[in-house]
Design a protein around this ligand. Structure first.
Ligand SMILES: Cc1cc2nc3c(=O)[nH]c(=O)nc-3n(C[C@H](O)[C@H](O)[C@H](O)COP(=O)(O)O)c2cc1C
Length: 170
């Protein structure tokens, strides 16, 4: 599959089959995250894969009751070990983790799986559920699994609205 094909195929899946992800597929998805670029090559990301049914149920509740994620084969809890800022002033942790998660999402898509980014969750509740230490930031969750829905029509701004050349022209 071409990269652009996977990008086009990816969508936020909000209904999953109650089906485990095969180990080979999961390993492939994790490898895609492992190879992601990171600021200073810090690789500060840490991922907890929640696959136990009851644990997924509890995480879904902590994700603002987004219960559709409990059926996903895995809920990935993506954390950063770093609170460092880059010279530009931006925190590198969330950026590094986001890049790795999108690698996961695209690789999963290529393998016939689907994903959903989950930013609507209560970090302190998730922290307690899976024992993430207080000094580690929980950046994002991602559901990964076999889809039970299909992609709708994507709503995206046209190129001209989001890109310009040479100078700020918005
Ligand atoms: C950082 C981030 C957080 C998100 N959080 C949620 C979420 O909590 N629940 C949800 O259903 N979708 C969530 N989404 C999915 C977005 O709503 C979705 O990407 C957007 O509507 C575009 O749709 P598409 O992903 O199907 O192309 C999130 C996406 C991103 C990138």
């Amino acid at each position: 599959m071409e990269v652009l094909e996977a990008i086009r195929k990816r969508y936020s899946c909000r209904a999953y089959q109650d089906k485990a992800i095969e180990k080979e597929k999961l390993d492939c998805v994790l490898e895609a995250a492992r190879l992601a670029p990171s600021a200073k090559n810090l690789q500060d990301w840490r991922f907890v894969l929640v696959v136990d049914k009851q644990a997924k149920h509890r995480i879904a509740k902590a994700a603002n009751n987004q219960m559709f994620i409990e059926n996903a084969g895995a809920i990935i809890v993506a954390c950063s070990m770093s609170k460092e800022k880059m010279r530009c002033g931006q925190a590198l942790g969330p950026i590094n983790v986001a890049i790795a998660l999108e690698h996961i999402s695209l690789q999963a898509t290529e393998l016939g799986l689907a994903t959903c980014w989950i930013g609507s969750f209560y970090p302190d509740k998730v922290r307690k559920l899976i024992g993430v230490p207080e000094d580690i930031d929980i950046i994002e969750l991602m559901a990964v699994g076999y889809p039970a829905d299909s992609k709708g029509k994507p709503k995206r701004k046209p190129i001209e609205e989001i890109f310009c050349y040479e100078n700020w022209q918005f």
